[in-house]
Design a protein around this ligand. Structure first.
Ligand SMILES: Cc1cc2nc3c(=O)[nH]c(=O)nc-3n(C[C@H](O)[C@H](O)[C@H](O)COP(=O)(O)OP(=O)(O)OC[C@H]3O[C@@H](n4cnc5c(N)ncnc54)[C@H](O)[C@@H]3O)c2cc1C
Length: 225
């Protein structure tokens, strides 16, 4: 059994200061107001214009954008990701992937719960010793799941049947593509303390990076840690 830390990768190229991306939205949005003459080539008019769109709730204009992010996380988190209907997805399939094969290292990969535990409100009240016992219990359940999965495949079951014993913690990869409007909605729901801690483990650093690389678009979305 292999432990894989959760991480994300932004797959879409983003121009320096997201100047191209913001100017693209500006060019489209200014059609509404016939104010194309106010576009400046340094990208500054785009920042002001897009900020105005967001402040006024004219967010349909920022749908003219695109961002793909690949997440390596567990199946529990991806069940939540795929509820975002406006986004598009491609996910590693437990029907087609046979984790007993060499290409998967002949073992299952799981996402450790440690990161989620450190962000979990209830866990904050537990002693270090108790937290370790919880982690040990989880580890033992993962090993059991792996043993049963391998035995089922050995007996002739197909991966799509043997997957029945794979845990929520099994590592999976998923690519999520959406426009900025949908990403804004996503972060508003998946960054706050009310979101699942293992989701927040990914969304907090991702939102921080996007705030740094794409001005204006995500500025108004708060991060509480
Ligand atoms: C803290 C938290 C707890 C949750 N708990 C549960 C739970 O216990 N059980 C459960 O089943 N789900 C739960 N969910 C999932 C939740 O119900 C949503 O499915 C998920 O957050 C996707 O949100 P969304 O609909 O805004 O996103 P998207 O599906 O991406 O939609 C984006 C936006 O498009 C608009 N939209 C999309 N489809 C429609 C439509 N058909 N009609 C009108 N407008 C539409 C809405 O404005 C929506 O906000 C939870 C989510 C969160 C954040």
């Amino acid at each position: 059994m292999k432990l894989v830390k959760p991480y994300y990768e932004i797959l879409t190229d983003i121009s320096e200061g997201a100047k191209d991306e913001l100017m693209h939205i500006e060019r489209i949005g200014r059609v509404c107001y016939k104010s194309e003459d106010r576009i400046t080539e340094d990208g500054e008019s785009a920042k002001k214009f897009v900020k105005m769109l967001i402040n006024n709730g004219h967010e349909a204009m920022i749908e003219h954008s695109f961002l793909s992010v690949k997440f390596t996380t567990d199946r529990g988190v991806t069940h939540e990701l795929v509820r975002h209907r406006i986004a598009s997805f491609a996910q590693e399939s437990t029907r087609y992937c046979n984790y007993t094969k060499d290409k998967f290292g002949s073992e299952i990969s799981v996402i450790p719960i440690d990161g989620g535990l450190s962000l979990d409100g209830k866990a904050k009240g537990l002693t270090g010793e108790t937290l370790q016992l919880i982690i040990d219990e989880w580890c033992s359940a993962m090993e059991d799941a792996e043993r049963h999965y391998f035995r089922m495949i050995e007996l002739g079951a197909s991966p799509q049947i043997a997957r029945g014993v794979l845990p929520n913690s099994v590592k999976t990869e998923i690519t999520v593509s959406a426009n900025y409007r949908e990403w804004r909605n996503f972060f508003k729901l998946r960054v706050p303390m009310s979101a699942h801690p293992q989701m927040r483990e990914l969304t907090i650093p991702l939102l921080k990076e996007l705030k740094a690389r794409i001005p204006v678009i995500f500025d108004d979305i708060a991060i509480t840690e």
